[in-house]
Ligand binder design. Structure first.
Ligand SMILES: C=C(O[C@@H]1C=C(C(=O)O)C=C[C@H]1O)C(=O)O
Length: 98
């Protein structure tokens, strides 16, 4: 192998190590988020509150769009990602009410 390909291989390995660490952060962060949303779901079930709260979601989406722009992340992607997570949370909350 040439020096150039050795350097490229080392860089690739370093990036992938960072990606693996960031994936772990994402998984632990999501798990922590679900711990709190499950607690919210139990509170809602105990107090006969609806599983979803569209006004809260609208505020979160607005905030997330702002954060995404600040972070140079595609805001449309960020919105889709949050929407995906919230729909899973609402599914959990609906289950807790049955
Ligand atoms: C967690 C809640 O329940 C739902 C899920 C949300 C979320 O995952 O962020 C936000 C609003 C609700 O539709 C909540 O009401 O705070």
């Amino acid at each position: 192998m040439t020096d150039d390909t050795d350097r490229a291989a080392a860089l690739l390995r370093e990036h992938r190590e960072s990606i693996d660490r960031l994936d772990a952060i994402l998984v632990y962060t999501l798990a922590e988020r679900f711990t709190h949303t499950q607690a919210v779901g139990r509170l809602k079930a105990e107090h006969s509150l609806p599983p979803s709260d569209p006004s809260r979601e609208a505020r979160q989406i607005e905030r997330l769009e702002w954060l995404a722009k600040e972070a140079d992340l595609d805001p449309e992607f960020a919105k889709k990602f949050l929407g995906f997570i919230i729909s899973e949370v609402i599914r959990h909350h609906e289950k807790l009410q049955n």
